[in-house]
Each structure stands twice: as C-alpha cells, then as structure tokens.
Design a binder for this molecule. Structure first.
Ligand code: G3P
Length: 214
C-alpha cells in the first residue's frame, strides 16, 4: 500500500519524506487555506520535495471551469493529479480529463455507487472519506471493503485512495482490505511508529547499558 501525506504544509511533507515512507501528497482547499500561502507556490515546492503523485483540487463547480483549472494544474508538473469533486459536473470534467490523459483523483466519495461511476469514467484514484462517515455514525471502513469488491469484480484500474484517515486503526484496516493508497495526516503517521512496549523496552536496554564497563 502506498503512503501519501494529507497536508499542504511543506514542513510536514519534508518530515514525512525524511522518514522514508512517503509515496505522494494530497491537498484540499481547507488544507491549503490553513497555510496562508498561494496555492501554485505551495504546489511547486511540494513537487520539488516529493517524486510522486501530488493531488491538487479544482474549486470550480461547473465542468468548463473545472477543465480550465485541470489543464492549468496539470501543466505545473508531471506528478500533479487533478482532484475533482464527485458531482455530475465533476463526472463530465473527469471524462474529458481521462480522454486528455490528465491524472485524476475524484474526491468526496461516500457511497460505493459513486465509486463505481468514478471507475467507469476512468479516474486514476477514487477518494472515499472514512473519517467523515464515522463522524455520522456510519462505519467508514465498510465503504472501502465494498469498493474493493466492486473494483475487483470488474478489474477496474482506478486506485482506491483512503482519505479522511483519523487514526492508526483506519490505516491498518485499509492495508488489510487491500486499499491501494492511504492518505494520512502527519500526526497519524507518527502514531503508526509508536508502541509503549517499544519505549519501555528501549528505556530498559539503556538503563542496563549503564552497568556495562566502558
Ligand atoms: O483530503 C481529504 C480528506 O483526507 C480530509 O480529511 O479529516 O478533513 O475529513 P478530514
């Protein structure tokens, strides 16, 4: 499973990159707004750090506007993946992007039928949001299992990119279900590495080492 980081903060991207686990980056308008920086400037910096897919979201809601943005964004760098919202207008934009070989990531997916449409129109990635489903008392990970089954039934090539990951269990279950990619906040990436028995064990080793004649 590939690991993307879900942030527009370049300091966080650099840190995850230094950990050696980073395959790509996803951003969204909310994450970009948090940085207080210009979108294009951030994207140019990100592609200089990470040699992997970088999702950049359009903010138009009509097909023509989305396509204009998609063409501009995809010109910035070969690794840019255009993020399109899961709407009817978005599907129409997706169709043209697929025809023009622009890499795409369809976002805000909350139902298997939406994921089926996305795959039929040839998206590179589909982004089901597991955390936001959990937020409304629906088991988000069930959606990943359903999409995996549907895509495997028909050999769809669209990659399942698990989004809205909030904790290490989301990540472990994504891997067990065979998701292609997980996009993870830096805080959760750090949690993945932690275990209290690791810390206790290391403390004990270092204490015992003090007894070894130097
Ligand atoms: O980038 C999309 C998604 O990962 C957002 O997550 O935590 O805002 O639901 P969250």
């Amino acid at each position: 499973m590939k690991f993307f980081i879900d942030t527009a903060d370049v300091a966080e991207i650099r840190e995850a990159h230094e950990m050696g686990i980073l395959d790509g980056v996803t951003t969204n308008p909310s994450l970009v707004a948090k940085t207080g920086r210009k979108f294009r400037e951030i994207l140019e910096e990100i592609v200089s750090i990470v040699d992997g897919p970088v999702s950049a979201e359009v903010v138009s809601t009509d097909t023509a506007g989305m396509l204009k943005e998609a063409r501009e964004l995809s010109q910035i760098h070969k690794n840019i993946v255009v993020k399109i919202p899961m709407t009817i207008e978005g599907l129409k934009a997706l169709k043209v992007c697929t025809e023009e070989n622009i890499k795409t990531n369809v976002t805000l997916v909350f139902h298997p039928n939406q994921a089926l449409l996305v795959a039929k129109v040839g998206a590179t990635y589909v982004s089901p949001f597991v955390g936001r489903l959990d937020d409304i008392s629906t088991v988000g990970m069930d959606l990943i299992e359903q999409i995996r089954t549907i895509y495997d039934n028909y050999d769809f090539e669209t990659q399942i990119l698990v989004a809205s990951i909030r904790n290490p269990i989301h990540l472990m279950e994504s891997a067990m279900l065979g998701a292609d990619v997980s996009t993870i906040p830096l805080s959760v990436i750090k949690q993945l590495a932690k275990h209290p028995l690791t810390d206790i064990g290391l403390e004990r080793f270092l204490k015992d080492w003090e007894k070894v004649p130097q």
